[in-house]
Write a protein that binds this ligand. Structure first.
Ligand SMILES: Cc1ncc(COP(=O)(O)O)c(C=O)c1O
Length: 364
């Protein structure tokens, strides 16, 4: 199967047509012209200082609360490494981002999955878990257009979660790379911005708004925590990539990022609507919540469709999907995550048609 023939709903990455390549090239030239010494030196582990400052201002925090990393997955890994010890209880959403799940399991965390509802994590179920005596070190939450479920945590639940974290003394890890990609409705405040008790650590990224190749993400938290993690980062790699961070900085201060966000938002809003329409047409039994933003749509299929059989049958027909079971410790055998970010609108219907054909072939 050639790359042109394959329709991939598997990768949560933007297609090339919505990456501002020319804008990035121009930002690179400006970065080298404006600050050749800063761009070419090692720098320090906290990241490229002007970008660190820009991020701090965007989130209304002090610069010493920000650590700029090589993608936000590295920010996640640093935080887990700092907080979680073998045998510690941790809460994740069910389903959740597969790499988070893998990392926490590999660290020997005792992983508790809490159900995701159309308005985000089931806070009543979490309360019950806490009342049963479980004392997590942290709760990993993807509040906006969750990966993989596509749903958004309501304002009321954000408040409840903050109260639970303060009461039961755990850290909320707000993993929030999709916040800016809203294509409907009003944006909700981050839990970081609502937090008056120091219970939130926040991560985000330029992967979903600029492109994954820059590998620039960040962690925001209490200054002492950031300083401790920065020390570890220094020992690990001296400093993250200054060239990429300086390019992102120029991209941000010029306003190109706002244009890029508009492009991604509008393309993904269209793709999400086309995907929902195609699912209704070709797989009318599919159940899903249409996302208000982000990259993903989660599809529940009938009980007689086993995704262990469906995914390879789909691949044979030139369509790639990710099995629901990859996103939870158990379950997900009748669900799929469909990423619409990397498929242009004109290819989506054909992709869903192929998926329906694969489904018919494996049913029963
Ligand atoms: C919830 C979540 N966190 C972190 C990441 C990692 O992103 P980055 O490219 O910034 O490392 C992703 C990427 O898909 C994600 O969905």
């Amino acid at each position: 199967m050639t790359a042109e023939q394959l329709i991939s709903f598997a990768r949560g990455a933007p297609s090339l047509d919505i990456v501002d390549v020319e804008g990035l090239k121009a930002a690179a030239v400006r970065a080298f012209d404006a600050d050749p010494a800063g761009v070419t030196a090692y720098g320090t582990s906290v990241g490229y200082p002007p970008l660190r400052k820009w991020i701090a201002e965007k989130h209304g925090v002090e610069a010493d609360q920000v650590l700029v990393t090589n993608g936000s997955l590295q920010a996640d890994a640093f935080l887990f490494d700092h907080l979680v010890r073998r045998g510690d209880a941790v809460v994740v959403e069910r389903p959740t981002y597969d790499r988070t799940l893998l990392n926490l399991k590999q660290m020997g965390g005792e992983v508790h999955g809490v159900t995701i509802q159309p308005d985000g994590l089931d806070t009543a179920e979490l309360r019950k878990l806490l009342e049963s005596g479980v004392r997590p070190r942290l709760a990993h939450v993807i509040p906006n257009y969750q990966n993989p479920a596509g749903v958004t945590l309501s304002l009321e639940k954000r408040r409840e979660l903050l109260d639970l974290a303060a009461e039961y003394e755990f850290t909320i890890f707000e993993d929030d790379p999709y916040a800016d990609i809203r294509f409907r409705g009003e944006p909700l405040p981050s839990m970081l911005s609502m937090d008056s008790r120091g219970v939130v650590v926040h991560a985000s990224s330029f992967t979903k708004t600029v492109c994954p190749g820059v590998r620039v993400g960040y962690l925001i938290g209490p200054a002492e925590l950031i300083a401790a993690i920065a020390k570890r980062a220094t020992n690990l790699y001296i400093s993250p990539g200054m060239v990429a961070q300086a390019i992102v900085h120029q991209f941000c201060v010029s306003g190109a990022i706002e244009e890029s966000i508009r492009t991604v938002r509008s393309a993904l809003g269209e793709r999400s609507a086309v995907l929902a329409e195609s699912l209704r047409r070709h797989i009318p039994e599919a159940r899903f919540v249409e996302p208000d933003g982000g990259y993903f749509l989660w599809v529940e299929l009938p009980e007689d469709v086993d995704v262990d059989r469906l995914a390879p049958a789909a691949a044979e027909r030139g369509v790639a999907v990710v099995k629901g079971s990859d996103f939870m410790v158990d379950g997900g055998r009748h669900a799929l995550r469909l990423a619409y970010s990397a498929v242009t609108a004109d290819r989506i219907d054909e992709g869903v048609r192929r998926l329906a054909e694969a489904m018919a072939a494996v049913r029963g």
